[in-house]
Design a protein around this ligand. Structure first.
Ligand code: ADE
Ligand code: ZN
Ligand code: ZN
Length: 249
């Protein structure tokens, strides 16, 4: 997602944190709002250090050839001390670091910012797209006559076509429907990957690649669902990591 998408997810998550989680994450927010820290992992990519320019780039997505090829249990062995190779490993690693009692505050601040970003990105279907077209980045399309690409359309174009600020968008789609929330929370990161992967499969069928109102009408419910799921699940994960009492629930 671009800035708006991430902030919508962060704002929704903020609405669903418990009081204990709020207290526990205060030192990690460093005075910022949750919606604001979600975009840090992208902003830092203009930092001249090689890690930011190149290495951290692959933390933002995963390319799997098929649902069968994605074997989440392989990651469990290496995620905590292994190198982060994709967004799924990034989410597991950040979760492990934040749960650990022996991590420095500086590391926690870093992985907290990353986690809030990666839980967002994994809900953008094209972040689990095909490797050969760089998750749709190489697929040219037009949106209301303007040249863009399939990845960017999903990161940004569709979200911004609603013409809402991030907080307006969050308010518009957020929910207190306990049943829906519990359905969204009954899932884990591997499910989020596979949901995006399956959605992306359908999005590659682009017809003549010239999209306008009809595409917005058709896909906006998917955009809204992915942003809402991202927000609810980010809150769920943070409550799980930081709120001791949430474990009993
Ligand atoms: N962004 C850059 N490369 C990508 C890829 N291969 N898949 C998804 N998103 C990407
Ligand atoms: Zn993207
Ligand atoms: Zn990203």
């Amino acid at each position: 997602w671009s800035q708006n998408g991430h902030r919508i997810i962060g704002k929704i998550a903020d609405n669903h944190l418990t009081a204990d989680t709020r207290n526990a994450i205060a030192p990690l927010l460093q005075g910022d709002k949750l919606a604001e820290v979600t975009t840090w992992a992208d902003e830092m990519r203009s930092n001249p250090e090689p890690f930011w320019q190149k290495e951290s780039g692959k933390w933002h997505y995963i390319n799997i050839a098929s649902a069968d090829e994605f074997k989440p249990h392989h990651y469990h062995l290496s995620a905590t001390d292994g190198e982060v190779t994709d967004i799924y490993a990034g989410i597991l690693k950040a979760t492990a670091v934040l749960k650990s009692a022996n991590t420095s505050l500086k590391d926690k601040q870093f992985y907290f910012r990353f986690l809030t970003h990666l839980v967002g990105d994994i809900h953008q279907p094209m972040h689990a797209g095909r490797s050969e077209d760089w998750g749709g980045n190489k697929i040219k399309v037009k949106f209301f006559g303007k040249e863009t690409n399939l990845h960017s359309l999903w990161d940004k174009g569709l979200v911004e076509s609603e013409n809402l600020s991030y907080s307006e968008f969050a308010e518009f789609i957020d929910t207190n429907d306990a049943k829906l929330i519990s359905i969204y929370l009954a899932s884990e990161p591997k499910d989020w990957v596979l949901e995006s992967f399956h959605l992306a499969q359908g999005l590659y069928d682009i017809g003549n690649g010239e999209f306008k109102y009809h595409y917005v009408y058709e896909q906006m419910p998917v955009i809204k669902q992915r942003l809402l799921q991202g927000g609810i699940r980010l809150a769920g994960l943070l409550n799980h990591i930081f709120d001791e009492s949430a474990h009993a629930k």
